[in-house]
Design a protein around this ligand. Sequence first.
Ligand code: PLP
Length: 468
Amino acid sequence: MRSFQDEFATVGRWIDRYLSTPGEYPVLSRSEPGEIAAGLPPEAPENGEPFSRIIEDFERIILPGITHWNSPRFFAYFATSAAPVAVHAEALAAALDVKAMLWRSSPAATELEEVVMEWLRKLIGLPDVFTGMIFDTASIGGFTALAAARESLDLGIRDRGMTGRSLPPLRVYITEQTHSHIEKACIALGIGRENVVKVACDDRYRMSVEDLAAQLDGDAAAGMRPMCIVATAGTTSTTSRDPIEEIAATARQRRVWLHVDAAYAGVAAVMPEFRWILAGAESADSIVVNPHKWLFVPMDCSALYVRDFALLRKTFSLVPEYLRTPEERVVNYMDYGLQLGRRFRALKLWFVLRSFGAEGLRARLRGHIRLAQKFAGWIKAEPAWELLAPHPFSVVCFRYAPAGFGETQLDELNAALLEAVNASGEIFISHTKLEGRFALRLAIGNLRTTEDDVALAWRILRQEASKV
Ligand code: PLP
């Protein structure tokens, strides 16, 4: 028992030190491919090893292979961070080792999930027609929504499958800006990539409603079956927002399922001045919002809200004898998705919502947006730099564009610049392609990021640009 206490104290001290100074590490891991694996023995030990040796190896072998998402100078992808209070919740959840699958397998896990999903729903202003459930990721929440959309067509696919009989092609409508998990879900659900229709975008990376309507009507006339439209509120590359209100009207007129992917930007709706981000989503059939992206909940925690919760049950429920329980009027979450055993994720979301309060969350998000706007202002003021997309939230797409370079050369220049700034170990940014152009991307979402960190990023970018 004594040694357990020592171990906990060691880990507690380690986490405390780490989360107090995550900026001390190179942001992007400098390890070479295969280097970490090469430092580990090829077989598991025959006999147990002391904790002190394990933790020593954690620091010596594992830590150098960590890219520090908690660093205040992590500006890549969608920057995130683990609120320390949520780390405590994760430790408690791991200690309890709950499987939140049946109500009786831990009533508190089920009921807390129901309650925090309601809290979050109200915080982002969704109407009470929606019921929420936590999934590990938006990708799995999206897959679940698409499976429900497929089931809603009443084609008997659940029982009879899709092969060996004549079914119309089922069609899913996205844009080239839609996150790739939707297309993956279509692969897994037997829709097929050829039935994923890429609707045109306007010059601000938003779905064209006219093209959507034309595609839907053309497909229906050709005997195909429109199954789902995916609108995004905060696309991955630029954080653009599809015109959800008009898309919702188009979907309603034609009775097509509307899924709103608000994985990153949906939480912005906690700020009254950003409620517009989810305008129109009240008419959707399903919506995904990720607390593990921009709400300081550590990976993983994604909320799926659906209008017809019973349909999820109809899609997925299959109860073997050994999981039958007598309780009535309870939710057994295993009935509403693919997974049986589920982590107790509601605990960390509860800790975060309570510890920050709605006002605390709003203040952080406003701070991030302010920093991103400041950075965009610096880019705009420099003639040799160029903004490549609108930047309504905390992500800025830009490039170094000195005069006299052709498009191909600019792509090469910016790709080299990306490598150079990331190799510095001081900051980590990522990239995307916009209309074929290589774009640098700076995302702010970390609790610890200050204006000094963003100014440092700008300094390093200019410094490295002068060298490439
Ligand atoms: N949707 C959008 C708009 C995203 O940007 C991302 C990831 O960045 C995802 C979905 C997938 O998120 P997850 O990692 O939770 O599956």
